[in-house]
Design a protein around this ligand. Structure first.
Ligand code: NAG
Length: 520
């Protein structure tokens, strides 16, 4: 009797709210941290205890919130000038080299795990967590946290399902129809594109297998080995850990189309970072948008690229071009150095983007096409003019174009001249706005809101101790078995043995025939 009460009490305690969740977003990329912040917000609202490892500390003061500040990780990007628009304009980069991205992820990993504040957390033997959520971006070493705290873990991925992340919980999807996330190709592929996709995978996998992963394994063993030894447990092999996530959250939605099919433990929660309802606009912006008789054009190049990194000459020409429209233009420009600003243009250093896009008087969104901005455009049903610069932005804008609600304008010295007809097109042809609205309806038509889904799956994974039943059996079938190479080998062996035997028999026959000839 006593035992059953105790057991049910333990069961009850382990099921009620107040899970201890570790959320880790180690990359110095502002848009990723917006996703981290979204996850933290939903988990706190659901009453859980959240510890958040972040490069961009939040101003939350709550008993159930603690943050581990790793803002010094921003030093990683400060060194890299190749990520500014000026540089890209000069060098015409259309696709990021995969080695650069892998190196960046490993460098961020090193900085994070060496960070004093993180070390303090990891080295505290009394610390425990019920579940771990980590931003997944080209490095899996953080899976070691689940070994340290002996609890299930989930990846939160900033994009949609594609081979590189699916391979962690299922199998890499087929390159014949699933493009790489950095690829501008869209299925159905031409022959050349199909070969290109296959090649880019082989190259990525080659880099990962021979350069990056051995380094990651070293870091995993050097960091987590001693930590586990302190807790009296042996360190499992790296490969057993990196493929052991319970679930992957994907920050996308089916409405955007063209994604590979996903296993049961891949869950789309795209849009969870958008507050619902949105925060009210500041008074001045609210008045401005309300009173714009001809509607509003909103222009932002995102938090990472920033409009101020555009060459000055282009900025001046863009301002002039905007001045020729009747519409109000709100431009997110990150400093106050602009002069001769036309009357209809409002410069804001910081923009409450979701709240602006939510306003019905906003007619279009001129954007770099980052994943978050792309999702927000669909969420609020706004047509888009995309100026993709790097990373997944080409794919996002390409897809939006295919979906019929976007125009693409290349980033070039000709930007102001190319932008003008695109804006005119959007203002006169309402097909784009209609299509955006249609897609938005599709996007909002779901069983649960994405934030609630996130919380549900986090609790579910803890309740079911890692949701082992959702895991794909394909993970443990080696490639040669999946492709039936062993069967092909057997068939080839049998056939060649048969040919060999037949040829022996034939040779025995030949001398006789020769004899016949001679006799004849
Ligand atoms: C893999 O995850 C499950 C569920 O969280 C856990 O029980 C198991 O110990 C993990 N395996 C390794 C090698 O970490």
């Amino acid at each position: 009797m006593k035992w059953s009460i105790l057991l049910s009490l333990i069961y009850f305690l382990s099921n009620v709210e107040g899970l201890k969740v570790l959320v880790c977003f180690p990359l110095p990329v502002k848009s990723l941290s917006i996703l981290g912040q979204g996850a933290v917000r939903h988990l706190l609202e659901a009453g859980h205890d959240v510890t958040y490892i972040t490069v961009y500390p939040l101003k939350i003061k709550a008993k159930n919130y603690r943050q581990i500040d790793i803002s010094t990780n921003t030093a990683l990007l400060a060194r890299d000038e190749s990520l500014t628009m000026g540089y890209i304009l000069e060098h015409k980069l259309e696709r990021n080299p995969p080695h650069q991205i892998q190196e960046f992820a490993v460098e961020a990993l090193r900085m994070t795990l060496k960070h004093e504040n993180v070390k303090k957390l990891l080295e505290d033997p009394n610390e425990h967590f019920d579940v771990i959520i980590v931003d997944l971006m080209e490095s899996e070493v953080y899976a070691g946290l689940s070994v340290l705290y002996n609890c299930p873990m989930m990846w939160l991925y900033s994009m949609g399902a594609h081979w590189q992340v699916l391979r962690l919980i299922d199998v890499a999807s087929n390159p014949a129809y699933d493009p790489d996330y950095l690829s501008p190709n869209m299925p159905p592929f031409t022959f050349a594109e199909r070969v290109e996709e296959l090649w880019s995978r082989i190259y990525w996998q080659y880099l990962k297998t021979f350069y990056t992963q051995p380094e990651e394994r070293r870091i995993y063993e050097a960091v987590f080995g001693p930590l586990l030894a302190k807790r009296g447990r042996p360190l499992p092999d790296y490969e057993d850990v990196m493929y052991n996530a319970s679930l992957i959250f994907g920050n996308e939605h089916d409405a955007t189309r063209n994604r590979a099919s996903t296993p049961q433990n891949f869950k789309y929660i795209g849009g969870f970072h958008i507050e619902d309802p949105v925060k009210p606009l500041p008074k001045d912006l609210q008045d401005l948008i309300d009173n714009s008789e001809h509607g509003v054009i909103y222009f932002s190049m995102g938090s990472f690229l920033q409009s101020k990194s555009l060459p000055r000459k282009l900025v001046t020409e863009i301002l002039q071009m905007f001045g020729e429209f009747k519409q109000t233009v709100i431009w997110k420009f990150e400093d106050n150095s602009l002069e001769n600003i036309p009357k209809n243009v409002r410069i804001v250093n910081w923009a409450p983007q979701p709240s602006i896009l939510a306003h019905p008087n906003v007619k279009m969104f001129i954007t770099h096409g980052g994943q978050l901005s792309s999702l927000e455009a669909i969420h609020f049903g706004k047509p888009v003019i995309g100026i993709p610069v790097f990373f997944d932005q080409f794919t996002n804008i390409h897809k939006a174009g295919q979906n019929g609600y976007a125009l693409r304008v290349p980033l070039s010295q000709n930007l102001p001249k190319d932008l003008k007809p695109a804006i005119n097109m959007m203002l006169t042809d309402d097909r784009y706005a209609k299509k955006a609205k249609e897609l938005s309806d599709l996007y909002h038509d779901r069983l649960t809101k994405p934030g609630a889904a996130l919380v549900h799956w986090v609790e579910y994974v803890v309740r079911t101790r890692g949701a082992l039943h959702l895991r794909s059996p394909a993970r443990h079938v080696p490639l040669y078995q999946r492709l039936y190479l062993d069967l092909i080998a057997i068939i080839l062996t049998i056939v060649s043995v048969l040919i060999f035997i037949l040829s022996k028999i034939c040779k025995k026959d030949h001398p006789k025939r020769n004899d016949h000839k001679k006799r004849n």
